[in-house]
Design a protein around this ligand. Structure first.
Ligand SMILES: [Zn+2]
Length: 468
């Protein structure tokens, strides 16, 4: 009689945990589906939140994976030693098999070659992408005075989100390829210190093309200006000019201004795509922290450098034929951004100026991976083949785009289509990483519960033996 009651309570306990497990999967599967919206601004915000969820889930995945690799075989071995419960072992094998099946599709990802489609008429022929390394969105909108004063001449977003891992190389490669580090392959800085927590995230050269490669295919002049020489080497193709002996932001921008003045004729005939990397904010944050005067003044100074470029563009008479985009690769807390919970460091600023864009217009949000397809849209070239980002159609002046690309252009319709597609892509990613992570967590939990139970049984048996 006594034994029966024990069995019954155990069954109830089992049921409880099964329900919790089922519920956790239901929440994971259902919550991203609530992101669709009829309102463009909410849709832009929701996609940003989905991308943040994705980053957070991969962050948990990376942390849990280490635990899983240690605990799963250890607990499994203990179980084997303590009790030869073959039924349990068989169940475990099934779960492992399911995991393997789930993992296999990402390993087999490939890109295929397409023939070069005809170029559309560019909205402007010169695009300057400027990154303030390590600049938090909130700090940017407090201290980047030159830019803040020109909000009414531009499109801007309080923030976009960068991607995971929240460091320089992965995010710059995401910026130019329009896809996540887990797809383009550059998952760490070239010389980043290694941490076991992030053992999967290592430096590799990108395995997909970027918007500089595509621009080169269309014979647009491309150039990168950065002191990070390895990073310069993996962006663009053979013809990309790499100006890497530039130091701080001021020298970098001087190099840009000299370059455009010296290559005026070539730029005017071919068009121009440039990436300008201003490193001062990142340097000061690592040394003094994000609350320091040094960090604030670095941001202010970099905004003034944007002003110098703006003046140079105007004096060359290119103001009607250029777009300047200013953003960042990641934020920071204190004096770090590596190995930090992603939502704390993912908010980066966005400011875009030029004839084709709306004036004094605030976007609901966006992602760093949306910039490459947006640049491609401006230049009239295809987005990089592996890009999953959405063109920020909402940022453009429809009348202007129509005057160049034809009266049947409907930016609102295009925006909804690309954002809905982006939501589906995010949902797929969240399901993939979420299911893997949850499954690891539950396998470990069940293993530990089961181990505890076996220990208890063994202890009871031992007591019985001693009493005899
Ligand atoms: Zn950085």
């Amino acid at each position: 009689m006594k034994l029966d009651i024990k069995k019954v309570t155990e069954k109830i306990k089992n049921k409880k945990i099964s329900w919790i497990i089922i519920l956790s999967y239901i929440v994971l599967l259902v919550y991203p589906l609530t992101s669709f919206s009829e309102n463009l601004h909410s849709l832009e915000k929701n996609i940003m939140l989905l991308d943040l969820s994705r980053s957070s889930i991969i962050f948990i995945f990376d942390s849990v994976l280490l635990l899983f690799i240690i605990i799963f075989p250890l607990a499994f071995l203990l179980l084997l030693i303590m009790k030869r419960r073959l039924r349990v072992i068989r169940q475990m094998m099934v779960v492992v098999l399911i995991l393997v099946i789930l993992i296999t599709p990402i390993l087999g990802q490939s890109t295929f070659l397409k023939s070069l489609p005809e170029r559309e008429t560019p909205l402007v022929s010169k695009v300057f992408i400027i990154t303030f390394d390590g600049t938090r969105a909130d700090a940017f909108w407090k201290y980047a005075n030159w830019i803040i004063q020109r909000k009414d001449q531009s499109v801007w977003a309080r923030n976009l989100v960068c991607t995971y891992p929240t460091v320089t190389y992965p995010n710059h490669v995401s910026l130019v390829t329009g896809t996540w580090p887990q797809i383009h392959g550059t998952e760490s800085n070239a010389r980043e210190y290694r941490s076991v927590q992030f053992m999967l995230r290592v430096y590799r050269e990108p395995r997909v093309v970027d918007v500089f490669d595509v621009a080169e295919d269309y014979d647009i002049l491309t150039a990168v200006f950065t002191p990070a020489s390895t990073l310069a080497g993996i962006i663009g193709g053979e013809k990309t000019r790499r100006i890497i002996n530039v130091g701080h932001g001021h020298e970098t921008m001087q190099a840009v201004i000299n370059y455009i003045n010296n290559n005026k004729a070539e730029i005017e005939s071919k068009g121009f795509l440039a990436w300008i990397h201003l490193v001062d904010p990142d340097e000061t944050l690592h040394q003094y922290g994000v609350d320091s005067i040094q960090y604030r003044s670095a941001i202010r100074a970099m905004a003034d450098e944007v002003g110098s470029l703006y003046d140079a563009i105007n004096s060359l008479g290119w103001d009607e034929d250029s777009v300047i985009i200013v953003t960042a690769d990641h934020g920071a807390v204190g004096n770090r951004h590596y190995g930090v919970w992603p939502p704390l460091v993912a908010e980066i600023p966005f400011w875009m100026w030029g004839k084709p864009v709306k004036k004094g217009y605030e976007l609901g949000g966006g992602r760093i991976i949306d910039i490459a397809p947006t640049v491609a849209f401006i230049l009239g070239i295809p987005a990089p083949a592996s890009s999953v980002g959405a063109v920020l159609y909402d940022a453009f002046e429809e009348d202007y785009v129509r005057s160049i690309r034809g009266s049947d252009v409907n930016l609102n319709k295009l925006a909804f289509e690309s954002l809905n597609y982006a939501v589906w892509n995010e949902i797929k990613e969240i399901y993939f990483w979420g299911i893997l992570t949850l499954t690891m967590i539950w396998i470990m939990t069940i293993e530990i519960i089961y181990l505890a139970r076996v220990f208890k049984e063994l202890a009871i048996e031992e007591k019985k033996v001693r009493r005899r």
